[in-house]
Design a binder for this molecule. Structure first.
Ligand SMILES: Nc1ncnc2c1ncn2[C@@H]1O[C@H](COP(=O)(O)OP(=O)(O)O)[C@@H](O)[C@H]1O
Ligand SMILES: [Mg+2]
Length: 212
């Protein structure tokens, strides 16, 4: 079983958006997927409640209450949506489940600064020190031709973790969440630019590069 976690101590950077889309991507590829919501705000579980019956089913886990206790044995992939402000022992506990960590970062000075501290803290978690987990960073909600995106691009290029992909700011993410879908489940004529941007991320997730 693969365990992919979307994590950044900074709130609002897109953890739930990315987690739900990763879950929807793998289920549309035929995998058996569980989505574990570690955030009592329940954004991922709310998204699952919106998911139409006609779409391939994703198992939901209220992991903020009882961890992975109800994880179906049949699951090939667990995608975890982490809460903001995860630090110290709580962060260590969270990371103990993950083999792959995706860190979304917004084009904002506050977010880059917060991510620098977060990546420092993450580096000292035992499982990361022992190289039992692979970490990749993701630029999220970017707008081309903005100075702050250039800053984020440069920041992530120099960061201590690989820079996997950049996702634009798009209404498609809002639209997809509202309908309980991933962007891969939106019509091609609407979502093709986002599909193209996800290609490096899904390729990384499928490859050995994201697995310890
Ligand atoms: N690429 C994107 N384009 C447009 N809106 C986005 C994008 N990523 C996230 N959002 C929006 O930003 C807000 C915060 O995202 P969310 O996934 O809830 O972050 P987190 O889980 O880290 O708090 C939400 O309103 C979400 O719809
Ligand atoms: Mg969230």
């Amino acid at each position: 079983m693969r365990h992919i976690m979307v994590l950044n101590a900074k709130g609002g950077c897109g953890k739930s958006t990315i987690a739900t889309n990763i879950a929807a991507y793998f289920v549309s590829e035929g995998a058996s997927v569980a989505l574990a919501d570690y955030d009592p705000q329940r954004s991922s579980l709310d998204w699952l409640e919106r998911r139409p019956e006609s779409r391939p089913r994703i198992a939901g886990l209220a992991a903020f209450e009882d961890g992975l206790r109800h994880l179906p044995r049949s699951a090939d992939i667990v995608v975890s949506d982490a809460p903001a402000r995860s630090h110290g022992p709580e962060l260590t506990d969270l990371v103990n489940h993950a083999e792959t960590i995706v860190v979304p970062v917004l084009p904002s000075t506050i977010d880059m600064q917060a991510t620098t501290s977060f990546l420092k803290e993450l580096k000292d978690v035992g499982r990361v020190e022992r190289k039992q987990v692979k970490i990749g960073a993701l630029a999220n909600r970017v707008r081309d031709n903005t100075l702050i995106f250039d800053d984020l691009d440069e920041y992530l290029t120099r960061a201590r973790v690989p820079y996997i992909a950049a996702l634009r700011e798009a209404q498609n993410y809002v639209r997809a969440y509202t309908r309980g879908l991933g962007i891969f489940e939106l019509p091609e004529y609407l979502a093709w630019p986002d599909w193209a941007e996800w290609e490096p991320l899904t390729a990384w997730l499928r490859s050995k590069r994201s697995q310890p």
